[in-house]
Design a protein around this ligand. Structure first.
Ligand SMILES: Nc1ncnc2c1ncn2[C@@H]1O[C@H](COP(=O)(O)OP(=O)(O)OP(=O)(O)O)[C@@H](O)[C@H]1O
Ligand SMILES: [Mg+2]
Length: 465
């Protein structure tokens, strides 16, 4: 964070100083986990249901925290506020107002925010100091937390924005209004909260409504619900995609045997060949969005194309492909799942599985609301249509996936319902063969344990006798 006195922080947050020297300064980052604290930092204590951050106040100060911001006096140098989240928002707003040279990039969408944020971060870092921390920091806590990482030397601040309802993105843009706003896609994510994809589109579009006339709205031209948002912004619109009307465009897209795309990046400033190192056809759209941001920031098309060839997975469990010593390839995409992202992952599995045996291990997809049964059936049907050789649904709540696969008469694959993650691992261990490609995907719900087991087996083989 930029340097501030405790007195200033108290004034900004409407808090009360306790046990503290008003002239003392915060020089380090704002953290809510003592393990991440650095000397001179500000420790924010949240009274959670399971853990009360105030109990860690002494540890935070021992670790070098200049001050503890929380809802009560902990006996340490502190600022007592009513609402730590509101305090973070207020602080973030002031930090942004004091960094007028900063270019703020905000992005939202149903799938691929974290992935694309990582790509944008890797591109912009080539132009100047960039804040785009790993992980999915997209809510009322993670967003101001990320903003507070900016300092006077930061040139680019890349912010992921999530929404579980109307007004959520507006709340975030009121804290830090982007100059460049990116909307990736509107799909079947968090449908339980939104009710419909139209509701989702309404909420995501708040990002571009918040852009000023000097702003830039990067909109996915291949997604009708995103393209239709254009009238909702006064900013200049840059359509990106494979559609003819896109101004930053991918043409001649091909996929290699590893499911990695290559394409020609076509921009108003010239064209250049791109060869991605990341897996999945859907990375074309993600990387085009990142390209549009980098072009707006002043990077030349050839430099963008070259840099895109080097972007990789920063935040774990997203299209993380690894080869085991026994020639089994694993696609760990187990961070989260919804029907759109599962479709993207299944297509990647199919692309990588040409001439190889494919297995999809799919867990429950959360937050689908009334679309729960149909969403699971839909991905099962797609898996069967893509000719996946073996479909393992993990746990009873994912069983509808197999029902969907069963509706494809031509499918000759094997359907397995594993009672839990351990059983899925046992099924795999009993039968994996060299050359197999295994996709692991689910909505948290611990499906990642399957990927971890496959990874651990691989390590054993690499270092074993
Ligand atoms: N453009 C895309 N279309 C469909 N799926 C995608 C796309 N980009 C990434 N994915 C997949 O979606 C899943 C979530 O990716 P990621 O974490 O980047 O998304 P997110 O939007 O940040 O999700 P969250 O809402 O959990 O923050 C991963 O499995 C990833 O491989
Ligand atoms: Mg995310």
């Amino acid at each position: 964070m930029i340097r501030m006195t405790l007195d200033e922080i108290a004034a900004i947050t409407g808090g009360r100083l306790v046990n503290a020297d008003p002239a003392a300064t915060v020089t380090g980052p704002v953290e809510y986990d003592t393990r991440a604290l650095l000397p001179g930092g500000l420790f924010v204590a949240f009274a959670g249901e399971k853990v009360d951050g105030h109990d860690f106040a002494a540890a935070a100060v021992a670790a070098g925290a200049a001050c503890v911001l929380g809802t009560r006096d902990t006996g340490q140098a502190g600022i007592v506020v009513d609402d730590p989240l509101a305090a973070l928002a207020a602080l973030a707003r002031v930090v942004v107002s004091r960094l007028p040279e900063l270019t703020i990039v905000g992005l939202t969408g149903s799938s691929g925010k974290t992935t694309t944020k990582d790509y944008i971060g890797q591109l912009l870092a080539r132009l100047g100091e960039t804040v785009a921390p790993a992980g999915s920091l997209n809510n009322e806590l993670g967003f101001p937390y990320t903003v507070l990482k900016a300092s006077t030397s930061t040139r680019f601040l890349v912010l992921e924005m999530g929404a579980r309802g109307i007004g959520h993105i507006r709340y975030l843009t009121d804290i830090a209004g982007p100059r460049i706003g990116v909307v990736l896609n509107v799909g079947a994510a968090h449908l339980g909260e939104f009710g419909s994809v139209e509701g989702t589109a309404q909420a995501k579009g708040e990002l571009i409504e918040a852009l000023g006339e000097d702003g830039v709205a990067v909109l996915n031209a291949d997604d009708p619900l995103v393209a239709a948002m254009a009238p909702r912004t006064s900013a200049r619109v840059v359509p990106v995609g494979e559609a003819a009307q896109a101004t930053v465009r991918a043409v001649d897209v091909t996929l290699d045997a590893r499911g990695r795309a290559a394409y020609t990046l076509v921009t108003p400033a010239g064209s250049a060949p791109v060869r991605l190192a990341v897996t999945g056809r859907h990375q074309v759209g993600n990387t085009l969005a990142a390209a549009a941001v980098a072009l707006e920031a002043g990077m030349a098309p050839a430099a963008v194309a070259a840099a895109l060839g080097e972007v990789g997975v920063v935040s774990g469990r997203r299209m993380d492909v690894f080869d085991r010593a026994d020639a089994v390839t694993v696609i760990d995409d187990s961070y989260n799942a919804n029907p759109s992202s599962t479709a993207a992952a299944l297509r990647a599995l199919a692309a990588m599985g040409q001439g190889r045996r494919t297995t999809a291990v799919l867990g429950y997809m959360a937050e689908l609301g009334e679309h729960e049964a149909s969403g699971h059936q839909e991905v099962g049907r797609l898996a069967a249509e893509l000719g996946v050789d073996r479909l393992i649904a993990v746990a009873g709540n994912a069983a509808a996936i197999l029902d969907g696969a069963a509706t494809v008469p031509a499918w000759k694959g094997e359907a397995v319902l594993a009672a839990d993650q351990a059983e899925a691992v046992a099924v795999l261990r009993g039968d994996l063969q060299p050359g197999d490609v295994v996709l692991v995907k689910g909505s948290r719900y611990r499906t990642w344990e399957v990927a971890d087991a496959l990874r651990a087996d691989a390590v054993t083989e690499e270092v074993g006798p």
